[in-house]
Design a protein around this ligand. Structure first.
Ligand SMILES: C[S@@+](CC[C@H](N)C(=O)[O-])C[C@H]1O[C@@H](n2cnc3c(N)ncnc32)[C@H](O)[C@@H]1O
Length: 187
Protein backbone atom coordinates (compact mmCIF):
# COMPACT_ATOMS: atom_id res chain seq x y z
CA UNK A 1 0.00 0.00 0.00
CA UNK A 2 1.33 3.42 -0.89
CA UNK A 3 2.41 5.52 2.07
CA UNK A 4 0.37 8.35 0.53
CA UNK A 5 -2.77 6.26 1.05
CA UNK A 6 -1.75 5.65 4.69
CA UNK A 7 -1.01 9.33 5.28
CA UNK A 8 -4.32 10.37 3.66
CA UNK A 9 -6.06 8.00 6.10
CA UNK A 10 -4.48 9.88 9.01
CA UNK A 11 -1.55 7.59 9.77
CA UNK A 12 1.95 8.80 10.61
CA UNK A 13 4.53 6.93 8.56
CA UNK A 14 8.29 6.61 9.02
CA UNK A 15 10.52 4.62 6.68
CA UNK A 16 14.08 3.35 6.52
CA UNK A 17 16.29 2.06 3.70
CA UNK A 18 20.06 1.81 3.47
CA UNK A 19 20.14 3.25 -0.07
CA UNK A 20 20.51 7.05 -0.34
CA UNK A 21 18.90 6.89 -3.80
CA UNK A 22 15.89 4.90 -2.62
CA UNK A 23 15.38 7.10 0.45
CA UNK A 24 15.49 10.22 -1.75
CA UNK A 25 12.84 8.71 -4.06
CA UNK A 26 10.72 7.77 -1.05
CA UNK A 27 10.88 11.33 0.29
CA UNK A 28 9.93 12.69 -3.14
CA UNK A 29 7.04 10.21 -3.37
CA UNK A 30 5.45 11.68 -0.26
CA UNK A 31 3.33 10.17 2.49
CA UNK A 32 6.18 9.93 5.00
CA UNK A 33 6.67 11.97 8.15
CA UNK A 34 10.29 10.83 8.00
CA UNK A 35 12.51 8.69 5.77
CA UNK A 36 15.81 7.60 7.30
CA UNK A 37 18.81 6.37 5.31
CA UNK A 38 20.12 3.68 7.62
CA UNK A 39 20.36 0.03 8.55
CA UNK A 40 17.16 -1.87 9.36
CA UNK A 41 19.07 -3.60 12.15
CA UNK A 42 19.47 -0.23 13.92
CA UNK A 43 16.03 1.38 13.90
CA UNK A 44 16.35 4.96 15.20
CA UNK A 45 12.85 5.14 16.69
CA UNK A 46 11.53 4.92 20.25
CA UNK A 47 10.42 1.69 21.93
CA UNK A 48 6.72 0.89 21.40
CA UNK A 49 6.18 3.90 19.12
CA UNK A 50 4.35 2.10 16.26
CA UNK A 51 1.23 -0.01 15.79
CA UNK A 52 2.29 -1.48 12.42
CA UNK A 53 5.66 -2.37 10.89
CA UNK A 54 5.94 -3.31 7.22
CA UNK A 55 9.16 -4.95 6.03
CA UNK A 56 8.47 -4.92 2.31
CA UNK A 57 10.87 -6.94 0.14
CA UNK A 58 13.88 -6.21 2.33
CA UNK A 59 14.50 -9.01 4.84
CA UNK A 60 15.64 -11.42 2.10
CA UNK A 61 18.32 -8.91 1.09
CA UNK A 62 20.00 -8.42 4.44
CA UNK A 63 22.67 -10.79 5.79
CA UNK A 64 20.56 -11.96 8.76
CA UNK A 65 16.86 -11.13 9.20
CA UNK A 66 16.82 -11.89 12.95
CA UNK A 67 18.37 -8.61 14.25
CA UNK A 68 16.00 -6.56 12.07
CA UNK A 69 13.00 -8.53 13.32
CA UNK A 70 14.13 -7.98 16.94
CA UNK A 71 14.27 -4.24 16.26
CA UNK A 72 10.77 -4.37 14.76
CA UNK A 73 9.62 -6.04 18.00
CA UNK A 74 11.22 -3.23 20.00
CA UNK A 75 9.50 -0.37 18.17
CA UNK A 76 6.06 -2.02 18.04
CA UNK A 77 3.60 -1.32 20.81
CA UNK A 78 2.24 -4.40 22.66
CA UNK A 79 -0.66 -4.94 20.23
CA UNK A 80 1.43 -4.00 17.20
CA UNK A 81 1.61 -6.10 14.07
CA UNK A 82 4.56 -6.80 11.77
CA UNK A 83 3.88 -7.55 8.10
CA UNK A 84 6.61 -9.08 5.98
CA UNK A 85 6.95 -9.52 2.20
CA UNK A 86 9.89 -11.50 0.86
CA UNK A 87 10.90 -13.35 -2.26
CA UNK A 88 9.39 -16.81 -1.82
CA UNK A 89 12.10 -19.20 -0.59
CA UNK A 90 11.05 -21.65 -3.34
CA UNK A 91 11.54 -18.99 -6.02
CA UNK A 92 14.99 -20.09 -7.10
CA UNK A 93 16.50 -22.36 -9.68
CA UNK A 94 16.27 -26.15 -9.40
CA UNK A 95 20.03 -26.17 -8.91
CA UNK A 96 19.85 -23.75 -5.97
CA UNK A 97 16.98 -25.72 -4.44
CA UNK A 98 19.37 -28.65 -4.14
CA UNK A 99 20.93 -26.61 -1.29
CA UNK A 100 17.64 -25.28 0.12
CA UNK A 101 18.81 -25.27 3.75
CA UNK A 102 22.10 -23.47 3.04
CA UNK A 103 22.10 -19.72 3.66
CA UNK A 104 23.83 -18.34 0.56
CA UNK A 105 24.51 -14.75 -0.47
CA UNK A 106 24.25 -13.97 -4.16
CA UNK A 107 24.83 -11.09 -6.52
CA UNK A 108 23.28 -11.35 -9.97
CA UNK A 109 22.79 -8.93 -12.81
CA UNK A 110 19.60 -8.92 -14.86
CA UNK A 111 19.12 -6.99 -18.11
CA UNK A 112 15.62 -6.07 -19.27
CA UNK A 113 14.67 -3.61 -21.96
CA UNK A 114 18.27 -2.41 -22.15
CA UNK A 115 18.55 -1.70 -18.42
CA UNK A 116 20.88 -3.79 -16.28
CA UNK A 117 20.32 -4.08 -12.53
CA UNK A 118 22.41 -5.99 -10.01
CA UNK A 119 20.48 -7.73 -7.26
CA UNK A 120 22.21 -8.53 -3.97
CA UNK A 121 20.38 -10.97 -1.74
CA UNK A 122 20.35 -14.23 0.15
CA UNK A 123 18.80 -17.62 -0.48
CA UNK A 124 17.76 -19.10 2.84
CA UNK A 125 15.07 -21.46 4.10
CA UNK A 126 11.64 -20.19 5.10
CA UNK A 127 12.45 -21.29 8.65
CA UNK A 128 15.05 -18.51 8.95
CA UNK A 129 12.18 -16.01 8.95
CA UNK A 130 9.60 -17.95 10.94
CA UNK A 131 12.11 -18.83 13.69
CA UNK A 132 13.26 -15.21 13.95
CA UNK A 133 9.64 -14.03 14.17
CA UNK A 134 8.85 -16.61 16.85
CA UNK A 135 12.00 -15.73 18.83
CA UNK A 136 10.91 -12.07 18.78
CA UNK A 137 7.51 -13.01 20.25
CA UNK A 138 5.38 -13.06 17.10
CA UNK A 139 2.96 -15.60 15.67
CA UNK A 140 1.92 -15.74 12.04
CA UNK A 141 -1.81 -15.12 11.61
CA UNK A 142 -1.90 -15.14 7.83
CA UNK A 143 0.41 -16.38 5.08
CA UNK A 144 -0.22 -15.54 1.43
CA UNK A 145 1.48 -16.57 -1.81
CA UNK A 146 0.27 -13.90 -4.26
CA UNK A 147 -0.19 -15.17 -7.83
CA UNK A 148 -0.27 -13.28 -11.07
CA UNK A 149 -3.84 -13.40 -12.41
CA UNK A 150 -4.79 -13.32 -16.10
CA UNK A 151 -5.08 -9.53 -16.10
CA UNK A 152 -1.56 -9.14 -14.66
CA UNK A 153 -0.11 -11.62 -17.18
CA UNK A 154 -1.97 -9.75 -19.96
CA UNK A 155 -0.25 -6.52 -18.90
CA UNK A 156 3.16 -8.14 -18.35
CA UNK A 157 3.53 -11.50 -20.13
CA UNK A 158 6.86 -12.16 -18.36
CA UNK A 159 4.75 -12.71 -15.21
CA UNK A 160 3.21 -15.92 -16.65
CA UNK A 161 5.41 -18.21 -14.48
CA UNK A 162 4.11 -16.34 -11.39
CA UNK A 163 0.62 -17.70 -12.13
CA UNK A 164 1.93 -21.27 -11.75
CA UNK A 165 4.57 -21.06 -9.01
CA UNK A 166 5.14 -18.77 -6.01
CA UNK A 167 7.31 -15.72 -6.57
CA UNK A 168 6.55 -13.91 -3.31
CA UNK A 169 5.52 -14.68 0.27
CA UNK A 170 3.50 -12.37 2.52
CA UNK A 171 3.18 -12.84 6.29
CA UNK A 172 0.94 -10.96 8.70
CA UNK A 173 1.92 -11.50 12.34
CA UNK A 174 0.83 -10.49 15.81
CA UNK A 175 2.31 -10.77 19.28
CA UNK A 176 2.06 -13.92 21.29
CA UNK A 177 -0.37 -13.19 24.12
CA UNK A 178 1.72 -11.88 27.04
CA UNK A 179 -0.66 -13.45 29.57
CA UNK A 180 -1.15 -17.12 28.70
CA UNK A 181 -3.65 -18.80 30.99
CA UNK A 182 -2.32 -22.31 30.70
CA UNK A 183 -4.53 -24.97 32.21
CA UNK A 184 -7.54 -22.68 32.59
CA UNK A 185 -10.56 -24.13 30.78
CA UNK A 186 -13.45 -22.34 32.55
CA UNK A 187 -13.95 -18.84 33.91
C1 LIG B 1 13.93 -5.11 -3.25
S1 LIG B 1 14.32 -3.53 -2.61
C2 LIG B 1 12.76 -3.02 -1.91
C3 LIG B 1 12.71 -1.54 -1.71
C4 LIG B 1 11.38 -1.01 -1.13
N1 LIG B 1 11.10 -1.60 0.18
C5 LIG B 1 10.27 -1.24 -2.10
O1 LIG B 1 9.45 -2.14 -1.86
O2 LIG B 1 10.19 -0.56 -3.11
C6 LIG B 1 15.28 -3.97 -1.20
C7 LIG B 1 15.73 -2.77 -0.43
O3 LIG B 1 16.38 -3.20 0.77
C8 LIG B 1 17.32 -2.22 1.09
N2 LIG B 1 18.24 -2.78 2.09
C9 LIG B 1 19.11 -3.79 1.94
N3 LIG B 1 19.75 -4.04 3.10
C10 LIG B 1 19.23 -3.16 4.02
C11 LIG B 1 19.49 -2.92 5.40
N4 LIG B 1 20.40 -3.63 6.09
N5 LIG B 1 18.81 -1.95 6.01
C12 LIG B 1 17.89 -1.21 5.34
N6 LIG B 1 17.59 -1.40 4.03
C13 LIG B 1 18.28 -2.37 3.38
C14 LIG B 1 17.96 -1.89 -0.25
O4 LIG B 1 18.60 -0.64 -0.23
C15 LIG B 1 16.74 -1.91 -1.17
O5 LIG B 1 16.19 -0.63 -1.33
Amino acid sequence: MSTVVLADAGHHVAGIDSSPTLTAYARDGGGYDEVVCGNATELPWLDSCADLAIAFMTLHDIPDPAPAIRKIARVLEPGGAPCVAIVHPLNRSAEKLQEYFTDTRFSESVTRKGLTMTFEGADRPLESYTRALAAAGFVIEDLREPRADAAAVGRAPELAPASRQPFFLHLRCCRVSPTPRLGQFRA
